[in-house]
Ligand binder design. Structure first.
Ligand code: SF4
Length: 350
């Protein structure tokens, strides 16, 4: 049987650019018909290459995929269904920004197959939303979360912490509000100032590294759901299966402008972007290093398969039990290791 492949579909369009954003996205009104055809052509291409592989998850990320017309979304899923085997209980996520989709349109997307909603909330404070250059208010975000819950969708929300003036106490207060909303999944990202963004030009007075670490610790202690990846928290069984698969080293393809994938074809791994535009075979070592980098971000860690064992500095592991633990057939970072993950990975990869 052909190896299952997860599918990531990128929709790189937004209503406007947020002030901190360095993602591949632009604030233009796209020709949806043209872009839908482009994505469907790429899906058909990969369906042939991957021999109609089973698909466990489909993730529409952005940009702002919730700007898409619902019929375009439906046509893309129909194309996936024709060119691949969508598995029973396939997780189909769409990222949505408040103010771009209401309960009625949410129903149209749901009818087309969406079963998981990931909302870009970013903050529960209107002044902070303004600072970040978000177009929506806290009320807009709450309404969308409520609509998602009312529709019985699996609902996640993204938040940003570490804004100027925030402390462990204010971040903990936000976490208590998240608990009250009843979210079973959320992502908590530290604000990073990316060069070339309007926020970088303002040179805001950012919290120190120690203060950021205190906020990160407060999040872990206060949220009612557990951290399962550096920035992701879920109730048991509500982890994002798409991301968990990718972090675990499962194959995936990227559809749409700027989307990257890691397909596995006849036992060889490839770095992929577009339909054949960029298609480079990865060495066994390079793919194993990628697996270590993504796997070590998760609390369950990376599976110690033979290729992973070959790229690990075993002396470092043996002498740094405070940072890295081997548990059965998996290796993971300790709480102390997670706080210094970037440096840890440099030492860990031999
Ligand atoms: S909505 Fe997301 S992708 Fe779009 S500009 Fe804002 S941060 Fe960037």
């Amino acid at each position: 049987m052909t190896t299952p492949h997860n599918i990531y579909i990128h929709v790189p369009y937004c209503m406007s650019k947020c002030r901190y954003c360095a993602f591949f996205s632009s604030a233009v009104r796209p020709d949806w018909e043209k872009y839908t055809l482009e994505m469907c052509t790429e899906i058909q291409y990969w369906g042939r290459i991957l021999n109609h592989a089973p698909v466990p998850t489909i993730f529409f990320g952005g940009g702002t995929p919730s700007l898409m017309p619902a019929d375009a979304f439906g046509r893309i899923l129909d194309t996936v269904a024709k060119c691949f085997q969508i598995q029973h209980e396939c997780e189909i996520t769409i990222e949505a920004n408040p103010g771009t989709i209401d309960a009625a349109r949410l129903g149209d997307f749901q009818a087309a197959g969406m079963n998981r909603l990931s909302v870009g909330v970013q903050s529960l404070n209107d002044a902070d939303l303004k600072f970040l250059g978000r177009r929506h208010t806290v009320n807009d975000a709450r309404r969308l979360l409520d609509a998602g819950h009312a529709a019985n969708l699996r609902v996640s929300a993204d938040f940003i912490y570490g804004l100027p003036g925030q402390t462990a106490d204010t971040v903990a207060a936000t976490c208590r509000e998240i608990n009250a909303i009843g979210l079973r999944h959320c992502s908590m990202y530290e604000l990073t100032i990316e060069a070339g963004t309007p926020l970088a030009a303002d040179r805001p007075a950012m919290p120190s590294n120690n203060e950021m670490a205190e906020m990160y610790d407060a999040i872990g202690r206060t949220l009612a759901i557990a951290r399962y990846e550096v920035s992701n928290y879920a109730a048991p069984g509500d982890e994002c299966r798409h991301n968990a698969n990718v972090w675990d080293g499962a194959p995936y393809i990227g559809i749409g402008r700027g989307a990257a994938g890691r397909p596995l074809i006849n036992g060889a791994w490839y770095e992929q972007m577009g339909a054949g535009a960029q298609f480079t075979e990865l060495s066994r070592r390079d793919r194993a290093i990628e697996k270590v980098i993504t796997g070590m971000r998760t609390m369950r860690g990376v599976e110690m398969t033979a290729d992973v064992r070959d790229v690990i500095n075993h002396d470092f592991v043996a002498s740094h039990r405070n940072l890295v633990m081997i548990d059965g057939d998996r290796m993971h970072a300790t709480n102390a290791g997670i706080l210094t993950l970037d440096n840890l990975l440099i030492e860990l990869i031999g």
